[in-house]
Ligand binder design. Structure first.
Ligand SMILES: [Zn+2]
Length: 119
């Protein structure tokens, strides 16, 4: 399958293919989210103790360039390693990615389809 990663595909993979993310990628994502949410230091250190977020150098490196870079790198890696097995909900007509795994209408060409009719 020859395909370029466009923004909607990137969003989809990041959101709906999390089973392909490594533990560190998930922790990095959560760390970025919670540390930029204005939570108290007490809350954050309790999350660190639980391993939910982390301030280890490897994680800090991953998030150093911000959320967009983290996302781009994670999706690129998943694509490189798993692109043949990703559960992508592609439009049967234009072959672009649907908005969600259950969407049955294409946001690009407006084609609609029914479950099981196409794959
Ligand atoms: Zn379409």
């Amino acid at each position: 399958m020859h395909m370029i990663i466009y923004r909607e595909l990137e969003d989809y993979i990041y959101e709906y293919c999390q089973q392909f993310q490594t533990q560190n990628e998930l922790i990095a994502q959560r760390t970025l989210m919670y540390t930029s949410n204005g939570l108290s230091e007490a809350m954050l250190s309790s999350m660190r103790r639980n391993g939910w977020i982390s301030d280890e150098p490897v994680i800090l490196d991953m998030i150093a360039d911000g959320p967009h870079e983290l996302k781009r790198r994670v999706v690129e890696r998943i694509w490189r390693e798993h692109k043949d097995v990703l559960p992508l909900n592609l439009c049967p007509k234009c072959n672009l990615i649907a908005r969600t795994p259950l969407a049955r209408q294409c946001r690009f060409c407006k084609h609609s389809w029914h479950a099981g009719e196409a794959s």
